[in-house]
Each structure stands twice: as structure tokens, then as C-alpha cells.
Ligand binder design. Structure first.
Ligand SMILES: Cc1cc2nc3c(=O)[nH]c(=O)nc-3n(C[C@H](O)[C@H](O)[C@H](O)COP(=O)(O)O)c2cc1C
Length: 477
């Protein structure tokens, strides 16, 4: 059976009533403007744009994809009725025992419906909106995957890195330090070799999901997507580079990144909510082959002031992944993790624990701030007791206000893994590290028995009152 593809996903989203169709919006500002309004609140529909002025009427643009819990759930193959906690638990389990399937080369499929090489290559035929007013160009890759092969092994890596369109045969890619694509590219360039690269723009959103999260160094993301889908991914080996791309993808191109070959890239409104990265030299992709399905769909996941489509799905992932990595580090009694969306699901982590010993809270906080899923661009880790719901910011701030002593309970870590997208990194050009805080907002371990009692009814009293007085109580208590 062929893999599920973006069109299957669109049908499934349509079936749960979460697809808005828009005809005739122009790509210079209207498409981006509509998407910005949609994604300011989570739970709105995905939006499909067609009849984009200046382009073939059936060349479509799909955005606001993973901004609702039901859409995230169905992308993972879960019931659309799943809750946010179900998603976090699912990711926690997934991280412990992620299934994999090795992809299979079919070297045929709908992606080959239109193949252009040499002078026929023209990526500007795809309607690519200017996503935000102040963007420096058209970003064809926001929900894309960028595929590379390690020159020292058989390792195929893909990651979601933004790709700007510059002219019919030129794109650029911006990969932050420490990301696998940048490490692989550097290996080629240090040997004076061009780095082969393939970009896929429009595939089942499971590819974006896996491309955007921390699959460990040396592991193949296609294996992971296969595990997620429960079947091997059918791939096509691109004609020039041999790099694998999904056979059911909407749009793909391949080419080379030559040593010292850069173009001016950006700015693009980013997931931190700023244009911190600005405009700078980034690696150019010289495109040799371009292919797309008939009536292709460009898929976008647009970064902006959070909440946004770039980071929302990563919140449930990061909560589950940090939870699982804390447990793997041997830290007991982790009761919950929240990666707050206001920090783009990266900059703020709350960890709740049932304290077992002095130093337990600090240990959990320091590991959360440095484990693979938690380290990149983190700024705050707050550790709270297990009577605090880490997803309830009122409770978290209350704990920070009442259980935290700045003399003892705060660790500032310098030189953390960050990016020039972080407006508070040391220096966007020369030193992209940052400083961060780990806050222990748990009751002090040595005062645990004498700490003041909480002024709220007990659970037992709550239940007795609710049973007798439900008819006069406010809804939802
Ligand atoms: C929608 C989206 C866009 C992203 N854009 C970029 C980007 O432009 N550059 C970058 O370095 N990371 C970007 N990321 C984060 C990386 O995809 C993520 O850190 C991933 O782990 C990288 O893959 P790797 O671990 O194989 O390097 C993006 C993530 C998402 C979900």
C-alpha cells in the first residue's frame, strides 16, 4: 500500500471539518496576512489557498497546518479526540522506544509527474508567498525537509531548515550551529567538495514533524517517519545527487552547496517573535533538478510571535521528550513537564517533581536545561513541586513567588547552545551561545515539614462540596 501523503492528510483534515479554503488571495501580503491572523489563536482551521493571482489556478498553498490538537493527533495516527496530555504521554512513550522502518527505493511515483533539469528549472513557478510584511524575500521552505548524506558513512539526515527562493535556479538554506545539516555540510566543505542537497517542499506533515525535532546524531529521519507511519517510506533517488526524497512528495529539488558560495539571506520573521537573525550571508543551493506533482501544494509552517505553526506541535513533543530524557538520566519521580508556547516551546520549561531528597530539584532542572530535547535556545527552567500543575502558569508563578529564595535557588548557566535567532544570544555574528536560568521553585527540602500549609480546600472537601452543591457552582470547577 502506498504511503499516506499530503493529499491523504488534507482529506482527513477536511473530514474533521478543519480546513478553510480561500480563493484568489494574492501572495505579496494577503496570504501571509491571513495566516498570521489564523495562527494567533490555536485551534483554528488549516487554510488552503488556490487561484493565487499570477500562478496556475490549481497550484495551491497550504498553511496553518499543525496548530490544532486534532490535526496534530491525526498526523501522529492518534484519534482526533486526543487531549494535549495524550499527546505529551504519546511523545514520552515514543522517545523511550521509537519504532523505525528502513525506507524502500521505488524510484517511481507521482513526484515524477513533472521533472525539469538544467535551464528548464524554475522554482519561481510555485506560488511562494511573502509570509510576513518585513521579510526579505520568498521562503519556499518553511515546512520543508532538507536532505543530506554524511560523507563518512551511509547516514542520511534530514532536518527542517528554512529555504529562501532567490532566482529560478538558486535557493539558500539557513542552518543553525550544532544542527546536523550544518555539521554534514562543513565536512564536505573542509575537503573542498560541494555538498549535495535535496529539498522537499510539501509532504505528509509527519516528515515536517520528524524534521523539526532532535533525532540523534547518526540516525536516519526516514527510518523514524517510517516508524511513525507504520510502514517503510517509499523513496525516489534524485537523478544527480542520488539523495532520497519521498515518492509521494508534492515538490522537490536537488543541487549542490559549493564551498564559500553564499547569498544574502533573510530576514524572515522568526519563531521567537522577532527578526533577530536579520539579513546575512548563507549557503547558496545551486539547483540542478526540480520536480513536482501535477497541481502541486506548497506547504508552509510560519514562524511568528508565538503561538505559531513553527513551534506549537513541538510543545507536546518537547514536554514528552524532556520528561523521557530526565527519566533516562535516572532522575526519579518526574510528574510533569511543560514547554510553554510563549517561549516557542523551547525557551521556557517547567518540570514538576515529587521531591525525594535534597538537591533533587536542582538536579532535575540542570539536566532539563542541557538534555538533547531541552538544551537548544533554552532560557528558563523552573522546577516545581507535584502539587503544582506545570501547565497552569498561575500556579507556576505562585510557586516562583512563594517557594523560591534567590540566594539559593537560582543557577545561572553561561555559554549554552543557542542561535542568532535568540535575540539575547551573546553575539549573532561571532558567538551564538546564551546564558540561562534554572529556578528551583520547590518548597525548600530542609523546611518541608514546617513549610506553611496551603490555604485551599482539600481534595476531599472539594468532592463533598461538589457532590452536594453542583447546581450553584461555576461551570468547569
Ligand atoms: C517549522 C520549522 C522550521 C525550522 N527552521 C529552522 C531553520 O531555519 N534553521 C535551523 O537550524 N533549524 C530550524 N528548525 C529547527 C530544526 O528543524 C530542528 O532543530 C531539528 O532538530 C534539526 O534537525 P537535525 O537535528 O537533523 O539537525 C525548524 C524547525 C521547525 C519545526
Amino acid at each position: 500500500m502506498a504511503n499516506k501523503d499530503l493529499r491523504t492528510w488534507i482529506d482527513e483534515v477536511q473530514a474533521i471539518g478543519e480546513m478553510q479554503h480561500v480563493k484568489g488571495a494574492e501572495p505579496a501580503e494577503e496570504i501571509g496576512g491571513i495566516v498570521d491572523l489564523y495562527q494567533r489563536k490555536m485551534g483554528n482551521s488549516a487554510v488552503m489557498f488556490s487561484e493565487v493571482p499570477g500562478f496556475a489556478p490549481n497550484n495551491r498553498v497550504l498553511a496553518n497546518i499543525l496548530t490544532s490538537v486534532p490535526r496534530i493527533a491525526l498526523t501522529l495516527g492518534l484519534p482526533p479526540t486526543s487531549s494535549e496530555m495524550d499527546l505529551i504521554s504519546w511523545w514520552r512513550g515514543y522517545m523511550k522506544n521509537a519504532p523505525t522502518h528502513t525506507p524502500i527505493a521505488v524510484n517511481g511515483g507521482p513526484l515524477l509527474e513533472n521533472v525539469m533539469e538544467g535551464d528548464k528549472v524554475d522554482i519561481t513557478k510555485i506560488p511562494t508567498p511573502k509570509w510576513h510584511e518585513h521579510d526579505g524575500g520568498h521562503f519556499i521552505g518553511t515546512a520543508c525537509i532538507v536532505v543530506m548524506k554524511d560523507p563518512d558513512s551511509d547516514w542520511i539526515n534530514f532536518g527542517t531548515y528554512r529555504v529562501q527562493q532567490h532566482d529560478p535556479k538558486t535557493a539558500s538554506v539557513m542552518i543553525s550551529p550544532g544542527k546536523h545539516g550544518r555539521i554534514i555540510m562543513r565536512k564536505y566543505h573542509e575537503r573542498g567538495l560541494p555538498c549535495p542537497v535535496a529539498v522537499v517542499v510539501g509532504a505528509h506533515p509527519a516528515f515536517l514533524m520528524i524534521g523539526g525535532l532532535e533525532i540523534p546524531y547518526g540516525k536516519n529521519e526516514y527510518d523514524a517517519v517510517g516508524g511513525l507511519m507504520g510502514q517503510p517510506i517509499e523513496i525516489i533517488n534524485m537523478p544527480k545527487t542520488g539523495l532520497p526524497v519521498p515518492a509521494q512528495a508534492e515538490i522537490a529539488f536537488e543541487g549542490y552547496i559549493h564551498p564559500n558560495d553564499t547569498v544574502i539571506e533573510g530576514p524572515l520573521g522568526e519563531w521567537t517573535g522577532y527578526y533577530a537573525g536579520g539579513q546575512r550571508e548563507e549557503p547558496a543551493i545551486r539547483i540542478e533538478t526540480f520536480m513536482h506533482r501535477n497541481d502541486p501544494v506548497l506547504m508552509g509552517a510560519i514562524p511568528a510571535v508565538p503561538p505559531n505553526d513553527n513551534t506549537y506541535y513541538l510543545g507536546h513533543y518537547r514536554a514528552g521528550a524532556v520528561w523521557s530524557q530526565l527519566e533516562a538520566a535516572g532522575i526519579p519521580e518526574i510528574k510533569g513537564v511543560c514547554a510553554h508556547e510563549a517561549g516557542g516551546s523551547r525557551m521556557w520549561l517547567t518540570v514538576s517533581i515529587k521531591q525525594l531528597y535534597g538537591g533533587h530539584a536542582k538536579q532535575a532542572g540542570l539536566v532539563a536545561s542541557q538534555c538533547l530535547a531541552g538544551a537548544y535556545t533554552n532560557r528558563w527552567v523552573v522546577v516545581v513541586d507535584d502539587d503544582i500543575d506545570p501547565h497552569n502558569m498561575n500556579d507556576v508563578v505562585w510557586a516562583m513567588c512563594t517557594r523560591f529564595d534567590p540566594r539559593e535557588d537560582m543557577e545561572m548557566l553561561r555559554g549554552g547552545w543557542s542561535s542568532h535567532l535568540d535575540p539575547m544570544c551573546y553575539d549573532g555574528d561571532t558567538d551564538r551561545r546564551n546564558a540561562r536560568l534554572v529556578i528551583d521553585a520547590c518548597r525548600p527540602w530542609v523546611r518541608r515539614d514546617s513549610f506553611p500549609m496551603v490555604a485551599r480546600s482539600s481534595r476531599e472537601l472539594d468532592e463533598r462540596v461538589k457532590a452536594k452543591w453542583a447546581h450553584i457552582l461555576p461551570k468547569g470547577v
